[in-house]
Ligand binder design. Structure first.
Ligand SMILES: *Cc1c(COP(=O)(O)O)cnc(C)c1O
Length: 356
């Protein structure tokens, strides 16, 4: 049976990505070798990383003066690398979830951290508003999409200092105004590639301004200088990322990706809002994520949660169990998820309601 993959991460990849990756595992670029067994310094792999880097710049429309890096360590490594490289006095943070608060925790090791607002008390069910960033902050850090809670900031905020954003789960779903940023990072396993590589985009002239010594591997300048090849990069995830990027370009780039994402999200939120048994968990509809849609059964039907999960499983729907800190359900609608999968889910919701 066809599976409808709503996992939050690692998550669905395009058929194009999977098929080309599978082929390259057998025979990479007609070398007669697997992509798993060639040198990262071979000319064939150099061509892969070069094209992937160029496509990231093209698709995201990154201006001159920024470097695109492919690093290991996950987005979580960036929670420490960012302040290591950029924070010496004070930085401001918006606390919108587990990942945001993990970033805050690491930054505290490097300087003064000003948390401008937090929705923690309400289990992160909304994005705080009305906060102010101090102009003397070296940067403002926020998480654009809160994968666990299903909230999202879809517009680059206006603050009086440069910004850093964790865009792990919504990169490639909207245009970014890079003039506002010194860095953006994204673990690949949500909207780009298999786990193992993190896409990091840094503004070159913002580096070198902290006076602490930085360990070689944690210094962005090392990786810029060496073209992400200071050490062995995650070869396979980078190969897969290239396939996804080619697919994104073929589809029509960011505009088309965003159009599809908005359409899928509207379909599902509509089903939730029109349901008698389900309800959304995000309290302000303006904060609803188009990538991770969180919903629950209304209190009177709470005891039927496990039933709905198995009801879905019978229809090939996988990965809709909510994160353990939220409960209920979470449907992740990443770029590679076809709208038909969303239709299958909304039908299942209607059928379940009818059956109850
Ligand atoms: C998944 C996720 C992370 C953690 O990524 P790792 O690669 O596992 O370290 C960080 N931030 C956001 C927004 C995420 O969705």
């Amino acid at each position: 049976m066809k599976k409808h993959n709503f996992y939050a991460g690692p998550s669905i990849l395009s058929d194009y990505t999977i098929k080309n990756t599978a082929e390259a595992i057998i025979n990479f670029a007609n070398t007669g070798l697997s992509v798993l067994e060639v040198s990262h310094r071979s000319k064939e792999f150099q061509a892969v990383i070069d094209e992937a880097t160029a496509l990231v710049k093209e698709i995201l429309n990154i201006p001159e003066g920024f470097s695109v890096l492919w690093l290991g360590g996950g987005a979580s490594m960036q929670f420490c690398m960012m302040p290591y490289n950029f924070l010496s006095t004070k930085a401001s943070f918006l606390d919108t979830g587990t990942w945001a608060s993990n970033a805050i925790k690491e930054a505290r090791l490097f300087g003064e951290v000003d948390v401008v607002a937090s929705s923690k008390e309400d289990n992160y069910t909304y994005i705080p508003r009305g906060w102010k960033v101090a102009p003397d902050s070296q940067y403002f850090h926020y998480t654009s999409n809160n994968t666990i809670y299903g909230t999202e900031i879809r517009q680059d905020p206006d603050v009086p200092c440069p910004m850093i954003a964790d865009m792990s789960s919504d990169i490639f779903s909207r245009e970014i105004d890079f003039s506002k940023y010194i860095a953006i990072y994204a673990g690949a396993q949500k909207n780009l590639a298999p786990a193992g590589v993190t896409l990091v985009i840094v503004r070159d002239d913002a580096l070198g301004k902290v006076d602490r010594p930085i360990p070689t591997m944690l210094d962005y300048r090392t990786h810029i200088k060496k073209g992400s090849m200071f050490n062995t990069p995650p070869v396979l995830p980078i190969f897969s990322a290239l396939q996804t990027l080619r697919y994104y370009k073929q589809l029509g780039g960011l505009k088309e990706l965003e159009r599809r994402d908005l359409e899928k999200a509207a379909l599902l939120y509509d089903a939730i809002d029109n349901s008698k048994v389900f309800e959304g968990t995000v309290t302000d509809p303006r904060d609803r994520s188009i990538m991770n849609v969180c919903f629950v059964l209304k209190p009177e039907f709470k005891d039927r949660e496990a039933d709905f999960v198995s009801f879905c499983a019978e229809r090939g729907i996988v990965g809709i169990k909510g994160h353990r800190s939220v409960g209920g359900f979470r449907a992740s609608l990443y770029n590679a998820l076809p709208i038909d999968s969303v239709r299958v889910l909304t039908e299942a919701m209607k059928d379940f309601e009818y059956k109850l």
